[in-house]
Every structure is written in C-alpha cells, then in structure tokens.
Design a protein. Structure first.
Length: 409
C-alpha cells in the first residue's frame, strides 16, 4: 500500500496511472486552394460562409464551410486581421487599409478606407458595427465612429504604446494586449479616452479575447492569463509549454489557444487543458476561430486550413495544465500501487457522488463514495472498465467541483 500523498493548497491533484493513450484524429486538414502563402486570420459564420486572409493580399472565400474556397492574391500589402460584425466580414492590410466582404459567394470586396501613414504596421482589427471599430497599428490603438472615413488615436496618460491585439464588444470599452506584456483597459467617453494598465505579464502578449466577464490573453512561452471579473484583475494559468501562443478565442464552454503546431482547448467547467494535433501542418498555426461550440477552423503557414466538427476531439490532457477555480484540495492515496483501479479519498463524506469521465464527456463509471472512502471503478458494478484504456477524469461532485486527472506518464 502506498503511503498517503497530501498536497494542501493545490488547485488540483494529478494522479498518474498506466493507461495507453490511443491516437485519434481531431482536426481535419482541408484541401489547399489557390495559395501557399501564410494565412494570418479568418472568420466564418455557423452556416459555413466566411473568409481567410494572409500575406500577399490573399483573400479566400467559402460558402460551404471550407469544402471549397475561391481566392485572390497579388503582390500587394499583406492582409493581417479579420472580424465579423452584423453579418458582414471586415479585414485590413498591414498598411491600415480597411475592406469589407458582404458576399463570400462572389468574393468581391469593397474598400472602406485607403491606407494612411499613421496606420502602418496594423496588427489587429475589432469591428463593433458598420460605424464603430478599433484598430491596433504601430503599437498604438485607433478608433473610428464613422466607418473609418476618419479615425482618432487613443491617446492619453497610460494609454498603450505597444499594442499587438485588441478585444472589444462595444464602442465604449476595449482591451489591448501588448508586446511589452501589458494589458490595458480603454474606456471611451465621447471623444476622450481613459486608459488603465490592468496587468503586466512580464512576457510579450500576442492576442486577447473575451466573452462576458471572462477574458483570456496569450503570449510567449505558452503564457495564458485569465480574468473572471471583466478585466479588473488577472491571474496566470499554468503555462502550456515552450511554444509561443499567437491566437485565443473564448467560448461559452471552452477557450481555444493556438501556437506552434498545436491547438489547446481549455474546458471552463472542468478547468482542464488538452492538447490537440493539427495533421499536415508545415510551419505554424496563426489563428483559430470557432463559429459554434463544435464547429471551428484554424489557419496557418503555407496556406494551411483545418476544420473540426467536434470541438477538436478529446485531445491529450496536459499534466499541470489545470485551471483555477474548479478544483480544490483533495487528500488521497493509491491502493495498492500506481497501476491500481481504485483511489482512496480522505476527508470526503460518505455518499459523495463521483464519476469517471472520458475526455469526450462519456461517463465510464459512477457511484457514491462508500464508508471506507475507496472508489473502485473496475468492479462488478462496472465490468466494462476491465478492458477500457485511455486518459480520464475522476470528478468528485461533493463540496464543490473537484477533479483528479488520470493520465499516463
């Protein structure tokens, strides 16, 4: 019998069991159309209509979820960022020119505003509606309330000067993430901007996104920052490794981060990161976009596009990549050795419900904690588990949502 291993104060506990992890396709590479240029960004609707943009003025359009793309390209300035507002697709080039695409079926775009010197070095676009939008260019943030017929520099004490990415859901509030590692909150009061640095990550940040009160930012060395109170305060989640993360999208149930040759999915309810593979990718991924809970796309170097219809599949759990706020201290010990099919939980009330879950959410076994505190998931009550293999999550539902991550070493 192993001695109890106590870890007071940890956000989660990790249990290593000898399980084989089967390989499984998660994202499906889509046929390459028209370009081997690097793609920088994309936006699609849930009905499969959308655009992808990239270097060399490449614009790709689809009306069938990417089964087919039509595209154009030239030696003109690189297209850098895309957004979707009120059913219209907006995008911009590195020189600050603004475009919109109202009909991906024809892929005929309309120039909204020509390039101007102050907007050279454009890196991100957040279009709120037809009139209002925010732009990151040359480290500064810019705002327009007339469809980019004119624009105003976000300038005041404390305003960002190294902005790389933006997040905005309204024309009066935005957040920027910068190459200096700083996150700024930007409030607009008429023609006046009030900026507040709300966090310094200490490492360069590349993207920021949010939904409601939940905001996430990502950057160098796998850094992930999270705010659960609408940006008032931020905390660092466990880093996702040495890879530089370049894109993040926040959804109602999950957060997706992209970098290197991987997609990372964070289950917000369970507080668990999983790593998802991108088959066929040569180079790096540049952006991820989920149109629904399950339906999404990524783009990357050499014209790469991949699609998922099942949230990217189960993926591979990341040991140590446990989020804050869902797991709690849970004393435990193994019986009788690391290959056991039981766990002894201490100081957990008799009758506490438990479930053993596969990463796709299937319930593999369930029960209530007996008086001796030992959970046996391969037993007469759960005969199917005698031949089951793969990573799993042991979920303890009593006294809050508590997790043990069961994963092969």
């Amino acid at each position: 019998m192993c001695a109890p291993d106590r870890h007071p104060g940890l956000a989660a506990l990790i249990l290593l069991l000898v399980f084989a992890v089967p390989a499984k396709a998660q994202w499906i590479q889509q046929p390459q159309f028209h370009t081997t240029n690097d793609l920088h960004d994309l936006r699609l609707n849930a009905d499969g209509r959308g655009i992808a943009v990239g270097e060399g003025n490449v614009l790709l359009c689809t009306i069938d979820g990417g089964a087919d793309w039509d595209g154009t390209g030239s030696a003109a300035a690189d297209l850098m960022a895309a957004d979707l507002a009120d059913g219209v697709f907006y995008f911009c080039n590195i020189l600050g020119a603004q475009y919109r695409e109202t009909n991906p079926a024809t892929c005929d775009n309309e120039l909204v505003a020509a390039s101007v010197a102050p907007l050279n070095g454009t890196s991100d676009l957040e279009q709120v509606d037809a009139d209002h939008g925010w732009l990151a260019a040359g480290g500064r943030v810019w705002f327009s309330d007339n469809g980019w017929s004119s624009f105003t520099a976000v300038s005041n004490i404390g305003c960002p000067v190294n902005a790389e990415a933006l997040y905005a859901e309204t024309d009066t509030l935005a957040f920027s993430a910068g190459s200096d590692g700083r996150i700024h909150r930007i409030r607009r009061l008429g023609s006046t901007f009030i900026c507040s640095p709300v966090h310094n990550a200490g490492e360069a940040l590349a993207d920021i996104d949010g939904l409601g009160n939940a905001l996430f930012a990502v950057g160098e060395n796998g850094s992930v920052l999270q705010s659960g109170n609408a940006g008032d305060s931020w905390s660092a989640l466990s880093a996702l490794g040495p890879v530089d993360l370049v894109s993040v999208q926040v959804g109602s149930d999950a957060v997706y981060a992209a970098g290197g040759q991987r997609i990372y999915r964070f289950d917000r309810a369970m507080g668990l990161w999983v790593r998802q593979a991108l088959p066929g990718l040569i180079g790096g991924v540049r952006a991820v976009h989920m149109a629904t809970v399950d339906l999404g796309w990524v783009v990357g170097d050499n014209g790469y596009i991949a699609r998922t219809d099942d949230a990217g599949g189960p993926g591979e759990p990341i040991l140590g990549g446990i989020g804050q706020g869902t797991a709690a201290q849970l004393p435990w010990s193994l019986h009788p050795n690391p290959s056991s099919t039981s766990v002894h939980l201490e100081d957990v009330p008799t009758g506490t419900p438990w479930r053993l879950l596969a990463l796709d959410g299937r319930v593999l076994a369930a029960g209530q904690l007996p008086a001796d505190g030992i959970i046996h998931w391969a037993s007469a009550q759960n005969p199917g588990l005698r031949t089951w293999s793969g990573p799993a999550i042991l979920q303890i539902d009593g006294m809050g949502h508590r997790l043990l991550i069961l994963q092969a070493p």
